[in-house]
Design a protein around this ligand. Sequence first.
Ligand code: HEM
Length: 514
Amino acid sequence: MSKAFTAEEVARHNKEGNLWIVVDSKVYDLSKFAAMHPGGLSVLLDEDVAGKDATEAFFGLHRHEVLLKPQFKRLVIGTLEGSKQTIFPRQAGELSKVPYAEPTWLSSGYHSPYFKDHHRKFQIAFRKFVEDVILPDAQAREEDGKRPSQYVFDEMAKLNIIAMRMGPGPHLKGLELMGGIVKPEEVDYFHEMIMGQEISRIHARGYNDGLGGGTFIGLPPIINFGQPALRERVAKEVFAGKKFCALAITEAFAGSDVAGLRCTAKRVENGWILTGTKKWITNASFADYFTVGARTEQGGLVVLFVERGEGVETKPIKTSYSSAAGTAYITFDNVFVPYEHTLGKENKGLQVILSNFNHERWGMTTASIATQRHIVEECLKWVNQRKVFGKPLHNQAVIRNKLAAMISRVESAQAWLENITFQMNNMNYAQQADLLAGPIAFLKRYATSTAQETAADAVQIFGGRGITRTGMGRLIEHYHRTVPFDAILGGAEDVLGDLGVRQALRKMPKDSRL
Ligand code: HEM
């Protein structure tokens, strides 16, 4: 591998069956591989490629990751004498040096009032964990549609990451977090924001939801409204990565209209009989526990903790993202639920359901903004390396204009997110519910609508590659296909906008006049 070849020596290997090329100072022997090359043999036999330094041609057509695959690394037989490697991939855990690829608090030379040393240490350790442990499984499962592998949950549980993903709170007391990098009493919503933003770098939207999306929204009502014995048991099992939750509110009959639920809970001796259906329930395919909203005979709502068992059936739903998310249709057929599994009070279920929404929407928004930023990075890299009419793509003013809009959108969304997260850290639960429901609804609506604009712009910038599942534009294709999930789950954009404005109108001072 360390053998150095002169350019003349390389040039002699320029035919079918005897074919060398140079990419970024490394000499590749493609003699055998050429016939299997996905881009065909003829392109490799081109006189500007065969026996030549083909670095520019290579990076115009392939992602760097191609060279890092073991089967292609093996093709390297030495280096080109007098040349040096100039392209170094970002190592797992490292920050990107591409402008705007990181939020300002992670960008060299910039400052932030919000983040402390333990946030920074945590971010470094967490990104490395995501890229070493989660990313490889995410890419594989997003493709084959299987649920996230158990070993990933086991590794997360060892560092108490599953517990940390529920945010700050008494559930963290006494736990060693991320190998001791952060103390339970230090954990705040910025740590949770960091987790949401770092995990979204896996670019596997279905898998991301599979990796505890159901627990993130299904467990809080159990912890906050369940009886002590129930909540302790369930939290322990879930934090250990052994059991999984799903929040079962939405129905085919009622989406954002929670008051329209038709699933019924009938009081019987010692409990309830639950009957009805639920649709689009994340993680339901493999969940052990369901947090279910149902209508009582009095017409109110009740939330019940239901274990998978007799009368509970789940049927996968094929959505436009991966079935790694475990999205399913659920039928409850005369399921007996013990009375002590009631979460909160009878007929006060709406409060339990609504109590979850702000945190859920904020969590989704953190991830959505980070993925949007990653797309900006992809576009900046692409316009820089892609040549059209002999010049880099960024030579076109129309492309620079699209990038300006993309960068402005993601920067404004992140700044707003950090402000809201800071407010959450300084408000108790009741204050958050009172003062942040509107802003969080607006932020989510803004983040997901700008995400869709950025997805559309990115496809235009990448052209055909932006609608192709493999190769240079694979992240763009994935983003463009899955971006509507953020805009629908947790409340559709129009509903959220309406909610925010209504809240503002309720708070209008009676004496306000122009
Ligand atoms: C180390 C050398 C090379 C390796 C290991 C390699 C490998 C690959 C792989 C894995 C793909 C599939 C693309 C993907 O889905 O990512 C591909 C596609 C392709 N390759 Fe290469 N390649 C090499 C060099 C080259 C060179 C020097 C050219 C020169 C022009 C070339 C031209 C192409 C083309 C035209 C495609 C199809 C691209 C597309 O579908 O957009 N390859 N190559």
